[in-house]
Design a protein around this ligand. Structure first.
Ligand SMILES: O=C(O)C(=O)C[C@]1(C(=O)O)C=C[C@@H](O)C=C1
Length: 360
């Protein structure tokens, strides 16, 4: 390194070393305090994971932040700090739709941090079952993709399962084309999950119309197959490329650059209000004129905003539907409680999936 630069860097790096020592001291102090919280909770049989508290910690720091670190960086750092502190109290077991390297795994890490026991499941049903049987404390399930719409299996299982929704997490989908060599030489087929192939079909037709496309059980599985066969290219996340030792040929090849998938965190917890929450419901009304309008009137009358409305056939063969509705606010907020009480009195089916903090 050039001498002048060395001279300038040495004192700055010394300063960084000193600051890191201070940060470490404070982090250790924070961790000891979290352990004390853990002991108090154990004494009172309180839950270790408190989603509303974690949301408040991050929102407060976002407000205090004067830069230069961007808010997103702060959230990611503090998520990991809380994850590590939480694990000192008790490590969370989180079931997700595997294998490793899927966007579901990314959602686990973004929502709970890295200090968790992540349990890879083969199907969305298995994620629910793991939580129901308490093999896992929590689960992460895909709910909807901004291009492809709702994940119907998740909607159906939310209807039948006793688990609660306790959080949401949106993950940017950045599809990458990857091979063993980092080129497409000798490649004859591109493999991925059908939904991912659909999300990249414009790019594939423009750039590689000559290559066959074949489906795989998941993107991560496609990456695994590519790691074993030089004639296979996979479309998957960058994490999957790392996991399977593949090189990225092209990144961000999805046709919609804003493509995102929203996941739900499920478990047995009831959250308390965090100050900015939403509530997810499933409703059904008799199949008659004006029924949906009447069903929703209590929301408007109580000034409660609806942020999502999705229907799913009830499979009675009668053209009846279940409605999946998200509203702003926590079920314990007075105006939400009032709206829900009025709503419940008017519908044929009423289920509160959960109230939980709006994700940052
Ligand atoms: O405040 C608590 O209840 C804690 O256990 C501490 C803490 C944290 O590290 O800040 C850790 C885990 C909880 O999910 C929430 C917050």
């Amino acid at each position: 390194m050039d001498d002048d630069l060395q001279k300038k860097l040495a004192p700055l790096r010394e300063r960084i070393d000193a600051i890191d020592a201070q940060v470490l001291e404070l982090l250790s102090e924070r961790a000891r305090t979290a352990q004390a919280v853990g002991m108090a909770k154990e004494h009172h049989a309180g839950a270790v994971f408190r989603p509303e508290r974690e949301a408040q910690v991050i929102r407060r720091l976002q407000e205090l932040n004067a830069g230069p670190l961007p808010g997103q960086a702060l959230s990611a750092i503090w998520m990991e700090i809380m994850s590590a502190c939480r694990a000192l109290e008790q490590p969370a077991r989180v079931a997700y739709l595997g294998p490793q390297g899927t966007y579901s795994e990314q959602a686990v890490l973004a929502h709970f941090g890295h200090a968790v026991d992540a349990i890879s499941c083969g199907t969305i049903d298995e994620v629910f079952r793991s939580v129901e049987t308490r093999r896992a404390d929590f689960g992460i399930v895909p709910l909807e993709n901004s291009n492809e719409g709702a994940v119907n299996r998740t909607l159906d299982l939310l209807l039948s399962s006793p688990v609660k929704v306790l959080g949401e997490r949106s993950v940017a989908v950045v599809q990458c084309l990857m091979t063993q060599s980092g080129t497409l030489d000798g490649v004859s087929v591109i493999r991925s999950h059908p939904q991912s192939l659909a999300q990249c079909q414009g790019w594939l037709s423009d750039h590689h119309p000559e290559l066959a496309r074949a489906s795989a059980a998941s993107n991560a599985e496609a990456a695994r197959l590519a790691s074993e066969d030089p004639t296979v290219a996979a479309i998957a996340s960058e994490q999957a490329a790392q996991r399977w030792g593949l090189k990225v040929v092209a990144a961000g090849i999805q046709d919609d650059p804003h493509n995102r998938t929203r996941f739900l965190a499920i478990g047995h917890l009831e959250t308390t209000p965090s100050g900015r929450d939403k509530t997810s419901l499933i409703l059904a009304v008799p199949n008659e004129a004006g029924a949906v309008y009447r069903m929703l009137a209590p929301l408007a009358e109580n000034d409660v905003s609806m942020t999502r409305f999705e229907s799913r056939p009830a499979r009675t063969g009668q053209w009846e539907y279940y409605f999946y509705v998200d509203i702003e606010g926590h079920r314990q907020d007075p105006k939400v409680a009032k709206a829900l009480a009025a709503l419940q009195a008017r519908v044929a089916f009423f289920k509160v999936l959960g109230s939980y903090p709006v994700s940052a």
